[in-house]
Design a protein around this ligand. Structure first.
Ligand code: XMP
Length: 514
């Protein structure tokens, strides 16, 4: 395992992903973890991430220098580089030598461990205030910039390396190569971590955890629950029952994808609960977005628990486990706790015996999203599931501005299917993070079609580009694709006579309209 020590500011997750792209397993630890605890994990190498602080700032995160004396290869990046420099007796000046953004780097030794085979001039991403002016004793300076005399240093004997820049970001043109040189040449690691090995390891762990008991998994139609279920299915077969609640708010073809394609690919036991009538009834007369969300959430839990109860009452071994598609970023962001949490099913809504408690099975806890997709593909799940874009739990219920009715849902499903079909045909599925299609059910406008006047509803297209849905920008997509979608929707979907494009970023607009 390579440990990535997190000095804050979100660089650590990216570094951990880059290490895994190099096929070496990595884990993130907080910089507050004592060094002996880090070393007790027996790491094959340690990477110190960048961070927002100056090493001279009061309260800036520190690192005990024993870390550098344990014989474990260490690679410091940005803040980590400066910590390393100061800890080992180099000089870091607080002299206002700031660099920010894309910066030319001059490599003085292209035959070094880190820079072997990379060009003498390369572009790197800088983000720092202080600058290293003298490397610690025993280190060779291997790169510099106009502003920073020591932008990289290496000590092959002690296996200690550092760069002032951020090799993990895309703008550092040879960053991945430099990182791989540290891992393979500096630390002597082999690229052996593959999705195949993840699957094997997880299958064994799941079998050991579940034993001969049974497990339940809720499928949402999303990537994470589908891959988690497929992995558990591979491990324990018929001891797993999947539950899919059809709330009637899914897009065209999505329920069929779960009912047919997922089952065909995995052979899983699937219990489908068609609750669309129930949801429609509960949503009747409701236009307020938060109320809609609450109703959908509440009904969902009720239906899911009823299904659980039915499974509990079937003959067979005890049902003791609930499968969840928790991913590594959730684990890191919630403090990285390693214990297995127990979840008590919300039985305040009636039906479940007081004493049922499930233990969680979370086979994706160590994986990033892109790795989850790879595992899914390797397990034989179809692309439509594995490459699926984000879709909100409350579904089309929050994409109809106004009351949700069966007719409106059918209309929106048609419009959405056309938009998705054309976006896919135009090859835009990767560039676009997601494209909500929204029906303004309470708005009507005048149009003309054939010889007649129409008085119909507008459909909004909301294509956004994003990294993580926290912020987003509207996608500058080709006009001809927009034109095609607009023409098809107004021709093919009754009661829609206008298509409009949402050109708002997030913030201030959210991605969804409700
Ligand atoms: P907003 O609209 O807040 O959406 O910018 C951010 C991301 O979250 C998705 N979203 C949801 N996902 N349950 C979900 O599972 C929800 O209730 C929900 N609401 C929004 C949205 O599609 C976008 O990807």
């Amino acid at each position: 395992t390579v440990l990535v020590v997190d000095f804050g500011a979100q660089y650590a997750q990216l570094i951990a992903r880059r290490v895994r792209e190099a096929r070496v397993y990595s884990e993130i630890v907080p910089s507050t973890m004592p060094v002996d605890e880090m070393l007790a994990k027996n790491p094959a190498a340690i990477i110190l991430s960048g961070g927002p602080s100056s090493v001279y700032a009061e309260g800036a995160p520190r690192l005990d220098r024993t870390l550098f004396e344990a014989g474990v290869p260490v690679f410091g990046m940005c803040y980590g580089f400066q910590l390393m420099a100061t800890a080992l007796g180099g000089t870091v000046d607080d002299n206002g030598a700031r660099e920010y953004g894309r910066t030319p780097l001059t490599v003085s030794r292209t035959s070094s461990t880190l820079f072997e085979g990379t060009p003498a001039e390369q572009s790197v991403w800088m983000s720092h205030g202080d600058a290293c002016s003298a490397a610690p004793e025993g280190f060779t300076v291997t790169a510099s910039t106009d502003v920073v005399p020591v932008a990289a240093f290496e000590n092959d004997e002690k296996k200690l390396y550092g760069v002032q820049y951020h090799p993990e970001v895309m703008h550092s043109t040879h960053g991945q190569q430099v990182l791989e040189h540290f891992l393979y040449r500096g630390a002597g690691l082999k690229p052996t971590w593959t999705t195949g090995s993840v699957i094997e390891e997880q299958v064994e762990a799941i079998r050991a955890q579940v034993g001969d008991k049974r497990a339940i998994c809720g499928l949402s139609g999303g990537v994470d629950s589908a891959v988690a279920a497929a992995l558990v299915q591979k491990a324990i077969g018929s001891q797993l029952t999947c539950v899919y609640v059809d709330h009637g708010l899914m897009r065209k073809g999505e329920t069929e994808q779960v009912e047919k394609d997922f089952v065909a690919a995995t052979g899983a036991n699937l219990k489908v609960v068609d609750a669309s009538e129930r949801f429609l009834t509960a949503l009747a007369g409701v236009s307020d977005p938060e109320t809609k969300r609450k109703i959908i959430g509440r009904e969902f839990i009720r239906v899911f628990e009823q299904a659980q109860l039915e499974i509990l009452q079937e003959d067979g071994p005890e049902v003791a486990f609930l499968v969840q598609g928790t991913l590594y970023p959730d684990v890191v962001e919630s403090g990285g706790g390693t214990g297995t949490a127990n979840i008590k099913s919300h039985h305040n809504v009636g039906g479940l015996p007081d004493d049922i408690e499930f233990e969680l099975v979370e086979p994706l806890r160590k994986l990033f999203k892109d790795e989850v997709r790879m595992v899914g593909a390797e397990l034989g799940l179809p692309d439509e599931i594995v490459q699926r874009q984000p879709f909100p739990g409350p579904g089309l219920g929050i994409r109809i501005v106004g009351e949700v009715t069966k007719d409106r849902l059918d209309l929106l499903r048609e419009a959405d299917a056309i938009a998705r079909e054309e976006l896919t045909a135009a090859g835009l599925d990767r560039e676009i993070w997601q494209c909500p299609v929204v029906l303004l059910a309470d708005v009507r406008s005048v149009g003309v079609q054939g010889d007649g006047r129409t008085y119909g509803h507008p459909i909004v297209l909301r294509p956004v580009s994003s990294e993580d849905a926290m912020t987003a920008d509207w996608t500058r997509m080709p006009y001809d694709v927009l034109a095609k979608i607009s023409t098809r929707i107004t021709n093919e979907v009754a009661d829609v006579n206008r298509v409009v494009l949402d050109v708002t970023s997030k913030p201030p607009g959210t991605i969804e309209w409700e």
